[in-house]
Design a protein around this ligand. Structure first.
Ligand code: NAD
Length: 298
């Protein structure tokens, strides 16, 4: 039987990219860098994490960030604020954290309650402490190809891709999704890494055809299982950023990505699982950005 006649079931499965293991290695390196900063400066790098309101998923994320910061030798300053906190109270806290010498990184957990203007809050953060990389100053520097604090999720995807593929130069990358948090910075990072980059989104035509061109496919659409086998070039490396919470018939919650893992696995060369792929890299990159901000400020 020729290769093209093999049924999908007979093809080898894609390598599963273990984001948990890679994030653990990264956190160990960050801990060494944090300890060396502490030796030199007489204090640990500091991360302020601000949470407004009682969104359950945000509370889980913030607790994980605080715990992992502490494990890496980063001092954390959590601020859990009531959902009735006013915009001016939040801006006053940001101003205080900007002025606090113990704080190297400020993370405001999104989304914020509707009565607070997210853009105003992001722009109030000192760009030197903007460890989420969302401030227009850092966005502009990333686009200009200059050193900057880079959004954590796309940075985590880039590190996974470089770990797997080495030099990305000349590879064709397609990104599904154009959000400011994932899609756009991902496109810029891959462009800076000399890929040929296409961004597709909800208004794009013939998505499967565009995606089938990709040596690297990064999916951040928030649509459970939308990427099937017909979107995949054989051997492609697929990074699934999507985190979607679904309930089974018994009401049990489970997390799934934007990629139909079972359908794509026989075609792709490598792909990230959900959970255990990009998610753990996001927090590791937040810690990496915090130590990097601390070193730049000292
Ligand atoms: P978003 O809603 O801001 O943006 C989604 C993008 O996908 C939009 O640009 C939209 O045009 C595009 N899109 C939506 N439906 C589409 C379709 N059918 N075809 C083509 N494009 C489509 O979302 P986001 O903040 O970028 O997050 C995307 C996903 O990534 C979500 O599931 C989110 O939970 C997840 N996420 C994961 C992490 C992580 O740490 N792993 C971090 C951030 C976001």
């Amino acid at each position: 039987m020729t290769k093209s006649m093999e049924s999908v079931e007979e093809r080898p499965k894609a390598t599963v990219i273990d984001g948990r293991a890679f994030a653990q290695t990264l956190r160990a390196e960050i801990a060494v860098n944090a300890a060396s900063f502490a030796d030199r400066q007489g204090r640990q790098p500091g991360l302020a994490v601000v949470l407004v309101g009682d969104d359950p998923a945000s509370h889980v994320y913030v607790s994980a960030k605080v715990r992992q910061a502490s494990e890496a030798g980063i001092a954390s300053f959590p601020h859990r604020l009531d959902s009735s906190t006013s915009e001016s109270e939040l801006l006053a806290l940001i101003a205080a954290l900007n002025a606090d010498e113990r704080v190297d990184g400020i993370l405001v957990q999104l989304p914020l309650p509707n009565h607070i203007d997210e853009n105003m809050v992001i722009e109030a953060i000192d760009p030197a402490k903007d460890v989420d990389g969302f401030h227009p100053y850092n966005v502009g520097r990333l686009h200009a190809g200059k050193p900057s604090l880079v959004p954590c999720t796309p940075l985590g995807c880039l590190l996974l891709l470089q770990e797997r593929l080495g030099d990305l130069s000349g590879l064709k990358a397609v990104i599904v999704g154009r959000s400011n948090i994932v899609g756009k910075p991902m496109a810029q990072l891959l462009l800076n890494a000399h890929c040929t980059v296409t961004v597709v989104h909800s208004r794009s035509r013939d998505l499967p055809k565009e995606c089938r061109q990709a040596d690297i496919l990064v999916v951040a659409a928030g649509r459970p299982g939308m990427i099937g086998a017909d979107y995949i070039k054989p051997g492609a490396t697929v990074i699934d950023v999507g985190i979607n919470r679904l309930e089974d018939d018994a009401g049990r919650a489970r997390l799934v990505g934007d990629v139909d893992f079972a359908a794509v696995s026989p075609i792709a060369g490598a792909l990230t699982p959900v959970p255990g792929g990009v998610g753990p890299m996001t927090i590791a990159c937040l810690l990496r950005n915090t130590v990097s901000a601390a070193n730049s400020r000292s």
